[in-house]
Structures are given as structure tokens and as C-alpha cells.
Design a protein around this ligand. Structure first.
Ligand code: BGC
Length: 379
């Protein structure tokens, strides 16, 4: 007869690789597989986090990218709500930052230049004459070091990337840690912690494209959005902030009450013209510093509701205006115009050149921290 302790170990090891049933309830799990290989031979791993409510999140160590997020609709049907690729090659070649952590600076820095402590720095210019999302080889184009967090409860994955002094023009070696946790309340928590050995700037964000409908051939134009913000940081035609704050009142950028994204996206408005749709930073009413509700995204057809909480002062809402069918995503689906949208919690764009914006400077001895939560429920 099998010894009881041997049986216990067998059950435990099964539960670490598969979803287990205990007292009729699904157990949480964390499962690791090889997703593919980089051209230099290194393996890219995929981690599957499953919670006790049956939701799953898949994350790869390349770009710390969320490749899939499966959550229930109002009838309990579990479907994927984030755009992604089936292969490592897709992530290597992709230019849309699908699902990745972007940095060192998420969003744009005018002409890629900034001054810090009296010294001027020139960053890689990769978006017209500006710097976008960390440059040519940003945090989305590197292999992170992933470590599953030992727990029998809500599954967590730690990822770390060491960005060397001078990378893409940034000063100081930055160590950035990101922890993804899938809670039993169907929340994907993203916690960041960063340090530096020289004064630098740091503003990472999560760049998932959401489509709550259950099919990536649907656009997001019927999704209804609420953003808890009275203003945006208006931009010029290169999408660099002017430095002012513009009230959203009486503009198509007013999302203080939940409104269909498609309802006003075609209106004649200078900001919409510059962004080719919505591609702006909303100035959150909470002001940052404490985790607060920032936005709600609702798909009336499936009933899925995503609530975003963050401690950041800004939220970039990007309506997928540059998706044009050239990105071939999961199951061969070509991601067409506005079939996904991003809600990126972050500091304001071009802050290093706008002293009136909340700072992004990080100095030795300080710790950068961010918490952003994507919570899924139904209505
Ligand atoms: C930016 C867009 C940019 C896109 C790239 C978004 O975060 O706001 O302007 O084109 O990322 O995928």
C-alpha cells in the first residue's frame, strides 16, 4: 500500500502542474512550459497562472508579456481578452508592444532629449523625431529573469530585468522587478519595484491590448469606457504634450460617465486628429500616490467589465489606431484597426521636459514603486 506521505507528495506535485480539484473546488496552479527560442539559443518560457475561480493568465519572460488572459463572460464562458502572438517570432518582430512591459520610459520624450542635474542626455529616437517606449530595444524586447513565487494560494510570478547604464541612452543601471499575481477575485495585479545606481528616469507601464468581446475580429468601438479624470495633457501633432492641462468638459475626450468608445471617435477635434483617434494621457482625479479606481471598461455584449486601479497620476488610453491588419496574432488572426485598446497606467508623457508634471526622476537609495490592478467581473 502507498505510504500516506508519498501520496501527499504525489498530489502536491500534480497540483503544481495542473489544476486540481479539492473538495470540489479548483485549486490554483502555476505551470511552466518552453514557449520558444531566441535567435541566440536562449529559451523563452511561458508561465500559466490559474486561480481558484478558473481564470488563467499566461506570461512569457520575453518582454514580461501577458500573452493570454482568460476570464468569464456573464454566462460563465471563459475567453481570452488580450491580443498576443502564438510564437516568440511574433514578439521579436512585432512593433505594437502587445502585452509587454514597456520602459525604461513608457510613452514619448520629445526629440529623445532631457536634462538631469544639469547634464543633457540623448535617447534613441524611434518614433519620428521622438523617443517612444524605451527606444529600439526597450524592456519589451529583452529576456527577463522569471521566478514563480512559491505559494499554495494566489499564483504569482516575479520577473526582473537589469537595464545597464547607457542602454538606449539612459543613465544608470536600473534593476526593475515586476510581480504579476492572479487573485481569486479575477484581478491581475501588476506590482513594480525599481532601483538605480545613478540618477535616472523611470516610468514603466503595462501595454496589454484588451478586447473584452471574446473575439479579436470585433472592434472595441462598442466597449463603454469610464475614466476618472477631469483633464488630459493635450499634445502636438507629434503626440508630445504641450505642457498644459486641458479640461475634458464639452469635448469627445470626456469619459467621466461611461460612454461607447465609437460614439465620438470620429468627431472633428484637434486632439482626436493628432491622435488619429484616442491616444492621450488622462490626468487622474486621484492624483496618484495611492491605489484608486482609474477606469472602467465594459463590453455590453459579453457583460465583461474590467476595472483598472492604479497609484499612477496618468492613464494613457490608446484606441488601437495604428493596428492595421499587419500584425498576425493568435490563431492567425490579423489584428485590424481598433480591435484592441490599451489603458496604460503611468506618469505623464515627456515629464523629463515638463517640470510642472509629477516627477519621474529616480535617485540611488530611492525605490520606484507602482501598483496597477486589472479587475474582471461581469454585469
Ligand atoms: C502609444 C501609441 C503608440 C502605441 C504603439 C501607445 O502606448 O500611445 O501612440 O502608437 O503605443 O503600440
Amino acid at each position: 500500500m502507498m505510504r500516506p506521505w508519498l501520496l501527499y507528495i504525489l498530489v502536491l506535485s500534480l497540483c503544481s502542474t495542473t489544476a486540481c480539484q479539492k473538495d470540489g473546488k479548483v485549486e490554483s496552479s502555476m505551470n511552466t512550459t518552453i514557449f520558444g527560442k531566441l535567435p541566440d539559443g536562449r529559451d523563452v518560457h511561458r508561465y500559466t497562472l490559474k486561480n481558484r475561480s478558473g481564470a488563467t493568465a499566461q506570461i512569457i519572460d520575453y518582454g514580461a508579456a501577458i500573452t493570454s488572459l482568460q476570464v468569464p463572460d456573464r454566462n460563465g464562458k471563459i475567453e481570452d481578452v488580450v491580443l498576443g502572438y502564438d510564437t516568440v517570432q511574433g514578439y521579436i518582430e512585432g512593433t505594437a508592444y502587445l502585452g509587454s512591459i514597456v520602459g525604461r520610459y513608457g510613452n514619448r520624450i520629445g526629440k529623445g532629449k532631457f536634462q538631469l542635474d544639469g547634464r543633457e542626455y540623448q535617447l534613441t529616437v524611434n518614433d519620428g523625431e521622438n523617443h517612444l517606449h524605451g527606444g529600439k530595444t526597450g524592456f519589451n524586447k529583452v529576456l527577463w529573469e522569471a521566478t514563480p513565487v512559491p505559494t499554495s494560494g494566489e499564483p504569482s510570478l516575479d520577473l526582473q530585468y537589469v537595464s545597464r547604464d547607457g542602454e538606449e541612452g539612459y543613465p544608470g543601471t536600473v534593476v526593475l522587478k515586476v510581480r504579476y499575481t492572479l487573485t481569486d477575485k479575477n484581478e491581475l495585479q501588476v506590482e513594480y519595484e525599481g532601483t538605480t545606481d545613478r540618477p535616472t528616469i523611470l516610468n514603466p507601464t503595462q501595454h496589454s491590448y484588451f478586447n473584452l468581446s471574446g473575439s479579436f475580429t470585433n472592434t472595441i468601438l462598442n466597449h463603454q469606457l469610464m475614466i476618472d479624470a477631469d483633464g488630459i495633457t493635450p499634445v502636438d501633432k507629434g503626440l508630445i504634450p504641450t505642457g498644459q492641462i486641458l479640461s475634458v468638459a464639452n469635448t469627445p475626450l470626456d469619459f467621466r460617465t461611461s460612454t461607447a468608445i465609437g460614439a465620438r471617435i470620429g468627431e472633428a477635434n484637434e486632439q482626436l486628429a493628432f491622435g488619429k483617434g484616442y491616444d492621450h494621457n488622462w490626468v487622474l482625479r486621484s492624483g496618484g500616490g495611492k491605489v484608486a479606481k482609474a477606469a472602467e471598461l465594459y463590453d455590453p455584449a459579453s457583460g465583461r467589465l474590467m476595472t483598472v486601479f492604479t497609484d499612477q497620476p496618468g492613464l494613457q488610453f490608446y484606441s488601437g489606431n495604428f493596428l492595421d491588419g499587419s500584425a498576425k496574432g493568435k490563431n492567425g488572426t490579423a489584428y485590424q484597426h481598433r480591435t484592441g485598446l490599451c489603458l496604460e497606467a503611468q506618469a505623464f508623457p515627456d515629464t523629463p521636459n515638463k517640470p510642472q508634471f509629477p516627477t519621474v526622476t529616480l535617485r540611488p537609495g530611492q525605490v520606484y514603486r507602482q501598483t496597477t490592478i486589472y479587475q474582471f467581473s461581469t454585469r
